[in-house]
Design a protein. Structure first.
Ligand SMILES: [Zn+2]
Ligand SMILES: [Zn+2]
Length: 770
């Protein structure tokens, strides 16, 4: 090879580090007054905890491709990077480290310990984001959800919505995790099949026959308020309106028909108590029953449970079952597997507890929210249904309070004299548990003593404002007015029901608008056999050594080619390593092309040039169609296929003789195709493309635009691609068969008529003697 501009024989991972340094001086900073149309990305703020999941790192690589695509489509991209730092996870880490429960710490001290731990973990995440080339503006648009600046937004949004009447305090059935010792939202629950005991308990009749009720929750007998059977279950029709006596507590309950009863579960007769499941909650509301709090906020049985008061629900279940067996009211006991709600964070079975708490109204707003969903564009479109299905499944309003410390404080005070709730002005960051009340006197009674709220917000109350923060809410309201809703929300499929849903709920109730124009939902990263990665399974892949070994570009290229947008993807080191081969191929071809000085040539191109340029046109059309949909799978696979199966083996081989002779048309075309491929690949593999571009063409590729097809490059010759590929393959096979090397002369082959335009190039390529 004559003097290639790319000196090195191969692409090396170490060059990525050099580029990262360059990108710091020539950064992807957001320039508000560039005059370009602004594109705002509501970047998901990751929650730092331990090492970053390799699937998440792949997910963020893809999100970065959205930003780079939009820059190369002429937009000024506001691409923030934030960390979600509030919450129970970090609290648990500190609790574990000191082997002490949160409520046994001094609150101030505990917060300090969480902050220190968080700082340490945060650095791992930010460094890794930078390492994969995540091109956010880390200088001016970096945020942390536990900072005073962010928390004051969370509080201000709450205050605005509070004034609109969207929050109420109520004694409501609530999901409660005995492990985390806090109420949790429906979105934090998963269901698991758990073995349990189904007891058939005889309820005597007050004035006649009794009925046998099957239940897995005998500890809730004290809270039983009704008994139901299915209206079409003729075994029990005559019991409608009868009164039963609930053992062992003795309260009286009415029997009524209700379609919620399942004739084939147990005896077909079910007790309704506060609360065994969400169905109970619904029936209490529907039948206007007075709920009994059987389990308190600590997960212990209340006075209502009589002699079982003070026991944990589990202990009470066992004790009552034993007592009932002794009293011979248990007809039989069956071992079954029962779908049980589990805390997503700690894995504890959930209790339904009556708690006095702050709720955000959501059930009554759902019909309006549905129409807002229709105004947003989903990629892929089918994932829109995940959001709608979740909205259909909601049964209670959103309990937003938590009894924890390392969260945003609920900004409220209460009048000590009359109990009036006092709401401060939006703006500052409030800590009512330690700050003096910002009020002179109670507007209701004139009292001057106030009690600050001790509770904090569910962390989704913070992260559901990320789209506002991305659009500079409360920071630059003029900009916000012009650029809200955010352009796109990229996120994982697993948090549609919380992050996506709550952001929709908050933005709509606050501003009457959709939260973003577009939603991009990616699938989940699984191991090579399709299982989720868990420490317990031993299948976790640490992304740090992978990046050290293969580099960010190989990782990113793998992430793009692995799976179509929205589908789950399987992660294996082998495949990531395999992506490195594509980079090598690209490097080799670029190095070859770089050995010819680029020339400007008019339209006098030979048929081979006309053919490959029209194929380049088609490649650009396909890739742009992919980029239009933020589908990097299409672009990455198309370019790989083009480079590997068309450009390198066919075109380059056909014309390299002419290029060596300095023939302008072939040199021009080699460079045009290289330029095209590099620009098409720059959003996906930003390192190697930028390096080659700088060396061969000068300047950074990241200020170029995506290439578009050129009309003068369209050619009918494109239709000959299959026949050309077939012919070349035939010759290669034939030479092999005859024991000839690729360079050796071959004779006795016929050129298909349609390939006549390429006759000269083909005969030189294969040394054909016609
Ligand atoms: Zn829990
Ligand atoms: Zn008062």
């Amino acid at each position: 090879m004559a003097n290639p501009k790319l000196d090195e024989r191969s692409w090396e991972v170490a060059k990525e580090e050099e580029l990262l340094q360059l990108w710091k001086q020539e950064p992807f900073r957001f320039t508000k007054d560039s005059g370009k149309p602004v594109f705002t990305i509501d970047t998901p703020p990751p929650y730092p905890s331990g090492s970053w999941h390799v699937g998440a790192v792949a997910h963020y690589s893809l999100i970065d491709m959205i930003a780079r695509t939009m820059r190369m489509r002429g937009h000024e991209v506001l691409f923030p990077f934030g960390l979600d730092r509030n919450g129970i996870n970090i609290e648990r880490t500190v609790e574990k480290k000191f082997n002490k429960r949160l409520h046994d710490f001094d609150r101030e001290e505990f917060i300090q310990l969480c902050r220190e731990e968080m700082e340490r973990q945060s650095r791992i995440y930010t460094n890794l984001a930078m390492r994969i080339g995540f091109s956010a503006d880390y200088e001016d648009y970096y945020y942390e959800t536990d900072s005073p600046d962010y928390r004051r937004v969370t509080q201000a949004v709450f205050i605005e919505l509070f004034r609109k009447g969207l929050f109420y305090r109520g004694l409501r059935p609530n999901f409660y995790c005995p492990g985390c010792r806090t109420p949790i939202a429906e979105a934090d629950i998963e269901y698991e099949e758990i073995p349990s005991k189904l007891l058939y308990i005889k309820f005597p009749g007050k004035n006649g026959d009794g009925l046998t009720v099957a239940t897995t929750r005998p500890e809730l007998l004290c809270a039983c308020r009704a008994v139901i059977f299915h209206p079409e279950d003729e075994r029990y029709t005559e019991f409608e309106g009868a009164t039963l006596i609930v053992p062992p507590h003795g309260q009286e309950v009415k029997v009524s028909p209700h379609p919620a009863a399942k004739p084939d579960f147990g005896t077909g007769v079910a007790m309704i108590c506060s609360y065994g499941d969400t169905m109970d909650i619904q029936l209490f509301r529907e039948l206007s029953l007075e709920p009994v709090a059987a389990i308190d906020e600590r997960g212990l049985m209340t006075e209502a449970a009589g002699k079982y008061a003070g026991m944990t629900a589990m202990d009470a279940r066992r004790a009552i079952a034993e007592d009932l067996e002794e009293e011979r009211v248990v007809e039989k006991a069956e071992s079954i597997r029962h779908k049980t709600p589990i805390c997503q964070r700690s894995g504890d079975p959930i209790e339904f507890v009556l708690t006095e708490d702050w709720y955000m109204k959501q059930l009554e707003i759902l019909p309006e929210l549905r129409s807002v969903v229709d105004q947003m564009r989903f990629y892929p479109r089918k994932h829109r249904q995940l959001l709608l299905d979740w909205m259909d499944s909601l049964t209670i309003d959103w309990p937003v309070g938590r009894k924890r410390y390392y969260h945003t404080e609920i900004p409220l005070w209460y009048c000590r004299d009359c109990g009036e709730v006092l709401v401060p002005e939006p703006g500052p960051y409030y800590r009512p548990w330690r700050d003096p009340a910002p009020f002179e006197s109670c507007p209701k009674c004139g009292g001057t003593e106030f009690q600050g709220e001790e509770g904090v917000f569910d962390t989704w109350m913070d992260s559901s404002n990320s789209n506002l923060v991305a659009c500079l809410y409360m920071r630059d309201m003029e900009f916000f007015k012009d650029h809200f809703p955010a352009s796109i929300r990229p996120q994982g499929r697993d948090i549609v029901r919380n992050w996506l849903y709550y952001t929709l709920l908050k933005s709509y109730t606050l501003l009457g608008e959709k939260p973003f124009e577009q939603v991009w939902v990616s699938g989940m990263g699984l191991d090579a056999t399709g299982r989720a990665m868990h420490d317990s399974l031993g299948n976790v892949i640490d992304p740090v050594p992978i990046l050290e070994r293969y580099g960010a570009d190989a990782f990113r290229f793998w992430a793009a080619t692995e799976t179509n947008v929205g589908e789950d993807f399987r992660i294996s080191e082998e495949k990531i390593a395999g992506s490195g081969k594509f980079l090598t191929k690209l490097w080799n071809v670029a190095r070859f092309v770089s050995s010819f000085s680029e020339v400007d040539v008019g339209d006098d191109l030979a048929p081979s040039e006309q053919w490959i340029l029209s194929e380049l046109n088609r490649l650009m059309e396909d890739c742009l169609r992919g980029y239009e949909e933020f589908n990097f799978f299409i672009a990455a696979n198309r370019v790989r296929d083009f480079l590997w199966n068309l450009f390198a083996p066919h075109y380059v081989e056909m014309v390299k003789f002419r290029a060596y002779e300095g023939e302008a048309g072939s040199v021009y075309t080699l460079h045009q195709v290289l330029r095209g491929m590099l620009r098409l690949m720059a959003p996906i593999i930003p390192f190697v493309t930028d390096y080659i571009w700088r060396e061969v063409y000068g300047g950074t590729i990241h200020t170029e635009s995506l290439p578009s097809p050129r009309e003068e490059w369209d050619s009918k010759l494109r239709a000959l691609t299959p026949s050309l590929v077939d012919f070349n393959s035939l010759i290669w096979r034939e030479k092999k068969k005859r024991g000839l090397t690729l360079k050796e002369e071959i004779s006795g082959v016929a050129l298909p008529k349609e390939l006549m335009p390429f006759a000269e190039d083909l005969s030189r390529m294969h040394s054909i003697k016609w």
